[in-house]
Write a protein that binds this ligand. Structure first.
Ligand SMILES: Cc1cc2nc3c(=O)[nH]c(=O)nc-3n(C[C@H](O)[C@H](O)[C@H](O)COP(=O)(O)O)c2cc1C
Length: 342
């Protein structure tokens, strides 16, 4: 069999329902990253052919979020970019949800990633003004409910996913394989994905895209301190662990001194977020881990896909390699079939 001709680095390699729905070159979604998916990061992924989602909750007020949307629009020069709408368990933290949606729509955003219970009302508000929604969850049943409520696509994230994968303990590929026969809408699969071979495998499984977070944390365009990113780039997959399991809302993070401290507190009976005080707040990680590079302090969202990162480098280089490896993975399948005479 002839060796495949490598496409130009930014040429489309795969066309899927999600590349069509999101107007993107590559079937790769950069999930919202609290504190980190700002205009520069989102624009870098979008300009490299993916879709990515800004997190409005990371901004102190609506004016700051509006400015970030404008900056992103300028940096992406008309390419679509998205907004993440994470519904908090604390109702008071969702007070600006409708304002975030309206503001994003006013600024021309059409692509949204929703997370959290009963998202139907959010879908209606977004659809009424021509928007498109992918709903992310960690349970097949939740994905099916979102489909019934009108989601345009769903994302399923396995227990490997950095951040809050819920109480689900199933890996991404089990969730995907179980869900696909029951889904009509396209599926993006996430959790632990950091190589192009996994992208090819997800497409072979029947997914229309992958959704990634951790693999991009070491990129130049992430504003976190260089010491933090260099530390992550040196970590193996095993450096990721689930913290705060006792609370029923576990958090997949970098294993560090804060995790050890929360475990000591759990052995002494702590089992509510409030029991851990400032240790369980995202702000501690933002101020010490991200801003100062003190990777031992704070619960710092990160999954085992960190094992695929070995250098701090620009987003486009990670994306180029991802797509080249995905193509090699697909070529391997085709070669195996042709060897069998299929
Ligand atoms: C640093 C970090 C912050 C995150 N913050 C959010 C968030 O605010 N909202 C959200 O929906 N998902 C959040 N996630 C989850 C990602 O959007 C995505 O679902 C996940 O990273 C995919 O799994 P992976 O980390 O194994 O690639 C976060 C993940 C990381 C690593």
């Amino acid at each position: 069999m002839k060796a495949p001709v490598a496409p130009a680095p930014d040429a489309p390699v795969f066309r899927t329902r999600i590349t069509e729905l999101f107007g993107i070159r590559h079937p790769v979604l950069g999930g919202g990253l609290m504190w980190l998916s700002d205009a520069r990061y989102v624009a870098a992924l979008v300009n490299a052919g993916a879709m990515a989602f800004m997190t409005p909750r990371s901004y102190p007020d609506l004016a700051a979020f509006r400015q970030a949307l404008r900056d992103c629009a300028e940096q992406t020069q008309g390419r679509p970019f998205g907004v993440n709408l994470t519904q908090s368990r604390r109702a008071s933290e969702n007070a600006w949800m409708h304002a975030w949606i309206d503001l994003a729509l006013e600024q021309g955003v059409r692509h949204f990633e929703t997370v959290g219970p009963s998202p139907g009302a959010l879908f209606d508000r977004i659809h009424a003004r021509g928007g498109i929604v992918i709903h992310k969850s960690a349970f097949v049943e939740h994905a099916l409910k979102a489909q019934e409520a009108g989601a345009d696509a769903v994302a399923l994230v396995g227990t490997e996913a950095g951040g809050h994968p819920g109480t689900n303990e199933l890996p991404a590929f089990v969730l995907g394989a179980l869900a696909l026969p029951r889904l009509r809408v396209p599926l993006a699969l996430g959790g632990g994905i950091g190589s192009g071979r996994q992208l090819a495998a997800a497409l072979a499984l029947g997914a229309d895209a992958v959704l990634m977070g951790t693999r991009f944390l070491v990129c130049d365009e992430v504003w976190a301190h260089d010491d933090y990113k260099r530390h992550l780039a040196a970590q193996p997959a095993e450096a990721s662990t689930l913290a705060l399991r006792s609370t029923g809302n576990p958090w997949r993070v970098l294993h560090n001194a804060t995790v050890r401290e929360t475990r000591r507190m759990e052995s002494a009976g702590a089992n509510q977020y409030a029991d851990f005080g400032t240790l369980a707040t995202g702000r501690l990680g933002r101020d010490r881990g991200y801003a100062e590079g003190d990777w031992d302090t704070g619960l710092l969202s990160m999954g085992p896909a960190v094992g695929f990162a070995d250098a701090v480098e620009p987003v486009h280089r990670v994306m180029d390699r991802l797509m080249a490896d995905a193509m090699q993975g697909s070529v391997r399948l085709a070669a195996l079939m042709s060897a069998a005479g299929a």
